[in-house]
Each structure stands twice: as C-alpha cells, then as structure tokens.
Design a protein around this ligand. Structure first.
Ligand code: SAH
Length: 220
C-alpha cells in the first residue's frame, strides 16, 4: 500500500487524468466504477512498446489482430451492467484481460472466455500475478456461453456480433443485464438487454466499433 506522503507514480497520475478527462467528463459518475478504473494498471495489459500510450483516449493493439478497447468504451459497457458487487459475470473476449480485471473489482466472480489461446493464456498469467482470485478462464467459443457456470447476473461481450447469440440470453438470470455490440463489420451499436422472465428488454446505448465476434453464433 502506498504511503500517503509518497507522490503518485507517473502511471497513477495518467490513470487519474484518464478517469477525470475521458470518463467522468463524459458523464459516467458511478463512483465504484471510476475508482476501479483508477486502480487497474492498464499499462501492464499492453506490450511495453505501448505502455506510454496505455492511458490515451483510444484502443490499442494487443497482438493477433485484436485490440484493447478505448477506456471510455470499457467504462460505458461496464456501466450498462449496473454492477452492485455480488454478481456473477460472464465476459466473452478476454483479449488482454484488462476489462476482466475491472469487472473483477466490481463483482463477486468473473468467468471469461477467449477464442485465441495465446491471448487467453497471457491474460490469465497476468491476472493471476496481479492477485485476482475471482476470475475463471476458458479458451473456446464464447458464443455458446458457459453453461455449467450459468445463470449469470451480467454478461459482457467485447466483440461485435451480427445478432444476439441465443445461448447468452438463455444463460442470463432473470433481471440480468447483457451488454453487446451488434451490427456489421465497420460499425455497430452497443445494446443493453435486460431479461424479464421470458421477455427481453432491449435499449441502444451508443454507436461503437469492435473487432468481430467469431464463432457458432457470431461471424464465420
Ligand atoms: N475485453 C478485451 C477486449 C478484447 S478484443 C480487453 O480488455 O482487452 C475482443 C476479443 O474477443 C479478442 O481477443 C477476440 O479474439 C475475442 N473473441 C472473438 N470472438 C470470440 C468468441 N467467439 N469467443 C471468445 N472470444 C472471442
């Protein structure tokens, strides 16, 4: 723990500024979410070549043609899940593991699935080294969900799908929230889906651009 008289490190300062200027200034006010994003060391989730750019207002490459989302998009998606702290959360698209870390700060248990083994393995090593004990990892096709661990109170899909995969709404608890980018390859809209019994309540949050969700119920 940092002594209160010690100055903030360079990266802590960048993180504070990121939260203030990119997230709070754009209207996200949930205190627990802002605090979590001030804690998670985003620069460790990108390669060293990009650590200086890690707190910038943009996505960054993480290898294998994939990206870590822009900080504001990470915040917007998580905000749409309305997490209170006791939830079991499913994330599709572990990627760098950054969003999984923020989710783990805000919920009881995170289940995260990545289809590219090298990314999933690297994220797991990093998150375990950082001391996260409430994240379960799987390599595979997330469009079919994680049936044994369902139902989930919240599901976050961080890749763009042509339509909402049926398995995911089936694995959502009653009252649970799903955040997912839906649309074509160039741009999508972020949808927030709430399950009410057998009915699904859908709302459009904002426009967005994500890498494709590839799998049985995604893109071929
Ligand atoms: N949340 C990530 C963002 C990763 S980008 C982060 O914070 O870094 C989206 C990721 O989804 C990519 O790593 C991609 O390989 C993965 N992905 C795409 N289709 C998938 C599928 N069907 N199942 C699991 N992961 C998938």
């Amino acid at each position: 723990m940092r002594d209160s008289v010690e100055p903030l490190t360079k990266y802590e300062r960048s993180r504070k500024k990121m939260v203030e200027t990119q997230i709070r200034a754009r209207g996200i006010t949930e205190a627990r979410l802002l605090a979590a994003m001030e804690r998670v060391p985003r620069h460790l989730f990108v390669s060293e070549a990009f650590s200086e750019k890690a707190y910038g207002d943009h996505p960054l490459p993480i290898g294998e043609g994939q990206t870590i989302s822009q900080p504001y998009m990470v915040a917007t998606m998580i905000d749409a899940l309305d997490l209170q702290g006791e939830e079991r959360v499913l994330e599709i698209g572990t990627g760098s593991g950054y969003q999984a870390a923020v989710l783990a700060e805000l919920s009881a248990q995170v289940f995260t699935i990545e289809r590219i083994p090298s990314l999933g393995t690297r994220a797991r090593e990093l998150l375990e080294n950082l001391g996260y004990t409430n994240i379960a990892f799987r390599i595979g096709d997330g469009t079919i969900g994680w049936r044994e661990a369902s139902p989930f109170d919240a599901i976050l899909v961080s890749a763009a799908a042509p339509k909402i995969p049926k398995a995911l709404t089936e694995q959502l608890a009653d009252g649970g929230r799903l955040a997912i980018p839906i649309g074509g390859s160039l741009s999508q809209v972020l949808k927030q889906v709430t399950r009410r019994g057998e009915a699904l309540e859908t709302r459009t949050v904002c426009g967005c651009v994500f890498v494709p969700l590839i799998g049985r119920d995604g893109w071929p």
